[in-house]
Design a protein around this ligand. Structure first.
Ligand SMILES: [Zn+2]
Length: 378
């Protein structure tokens, strides 16, 4: 590489030459040094990528061919090819001189936050401004349509919970929702927005279930790296979520049921007839707080019958449900815990299995009446 010593004193120049001569890094240390200086890992795979200096597409390859952090770019020299070593890459990405870079590396100190590093390095998660979150959530809610008979959200729920009799819920809406992953917009999908409210009625978050635009199923969302992403997730949190629920139905005769998922609680509703709320997950289920002013005296806890976690020796869903039951009883409520019959299932599974079985037995009965004696003998 060029070791231009523009602007250096003879002493500095001599120091620099000496340091460069003795400078060596392992392949791993090259990667971490480059990353410390803002060259993202995606550029350092050994395959053709965009260039961290001149951008473009498919023009840069980091190959560390001579063990000096070597790279080549087809366009980096005013549109012509250029090759260099890792130190040169750092100076180009950060627009700093080689002397300054070698002083930093020689000192063994981490690089002062260079411009590129500030831009590229993922920082600690910054807490979003509550005013921004409130505006975002309210905007999403406002732009979405109230759930309606026969819409995609209802068709999805009917697919998961056959013969669902629940009417559209005022706490659910159907919207076109953006899916972002690692700050990148992957696209828009139709999705169910579920309004998660705290015991005092304030909004906690909007939970989103992204749906396939055509068939009543969850959306298949894949990241740029080919990773299959979760189709169900919360949006930003406006207020801490502990204690809240998605209030899908009105309590009836002072009774409400809670569980840890939309389909699960609708399945539980079909199994028992109890009006249900969704606490989203088992941790939030265990923290559920009965809101005042609604006359609720009886709480049904619909647990997921998860397989035993070998670390705790417990079924996580059952443990969370029983923790809630214990606390609510201590607070004076009547609590009715419910557990699916089969381990590894939830109430959506149980309801669907019952529906399928009854459907099949009805079919079998119908067939049996028409069946020939020969077939019966078989
Ligand atoms: Zn380039």
């Amino acid at each position: 590489m060029s070791t231009s010593g523009r602007g250096l004193s003879p002493g500095q120049y001599e120091w620099l030459q000496r340091k460069l001569k003795g400078f060596a890094l392992s392949p791993e240390a090259w990667i971490s040094t480059l990353m410390n200086y803002g060259v993202a890992a995606e550029y350092l795979t050994g395959h053709a990528t965009a260039c961290p200096v001149c951008g473009g597409d498919d023009r840069f390859t980091y190959d560390n061919r001579s063990g000096r952090g070597d790279w080549v770019c087809r366009k980096c020299n005013d549109g012509y090819p250029m090759a260099g070593d890792g130190l040169q890459l750092i100076t180009r990405v950060n627009r700093i001189g080689l002397f300054r870079l070698m002083r930093e590396l020689d000192g063994g100190s981490p690089p002062p936050a260079s411009r590129a590093a500030q831009v590229n390095a993922p920082g600690p998660k910054r807490k979003a401004d509550p005013a921004f979150v409130e505006k975002r959530l309210n905007g999403m809610w406002r732009d979405a349509q109230p759930q309606a008979v026969g819409d995609l959200s209802m068709r999805y729920l009917h697919e998961r919970v056959p013969r669902l009799t629940a009417v559209p819920s005022s706490s659910l809406r159907l919207g076109m929702l953006e899916y972002r992953h690692e700050k990148r917009l992957l696209g828009k999908w139709p999705g169910i927005l579920a309004r998660f409210e705290l015991p005092d009625g304030r909004l906690g978050t909007l939970h989103r279930t992204f749906l396939d635009p055509v068939k009543p199923a969850k959306a298949t969302i894949v990241s740029a790296d080919g990773e299959l992403l979760d189709a169900k997730l919360n949006d930003m949190t406006l207020n801490p979520l502990a204690g809240g629920a998605v209030r899908l139905m009105q309590p009836v005769d002072g009774e409400i049921g809670v569980g840890e998922g939309l389909e699960t609680v609708y399945g539980a509703h079909m199994e028992t007839g109890v009006p249900v709320w969704n606490c989203l997950n088992r941790v939030l289920l265990s923290k559920f707080v009965v809101p005042e002013g609604l006359g609720i005296k009886v709480v049904h806890v619909f647990m997921d019958f998860d397989h035993v976690d070998p670390k705790t020796g417990q079924s996580p869903g059952v443990a969370a449900g029983m923790a809630l039951a214990k606390r609510l009883r201590a607070e004076g409520y009547t609590v009715v815990p419910h557990r699916p019959r089969v381990r590894g299932t939830d109430f959506a599974d149980q309801w669907k299995a019952r529906f399928t079985a009854s459907h099949e037995s009805a079919l079998t009965t119908r067939r049996a009446t028409n069946v020939s004696p020969v077939a019966v003998a078989v």
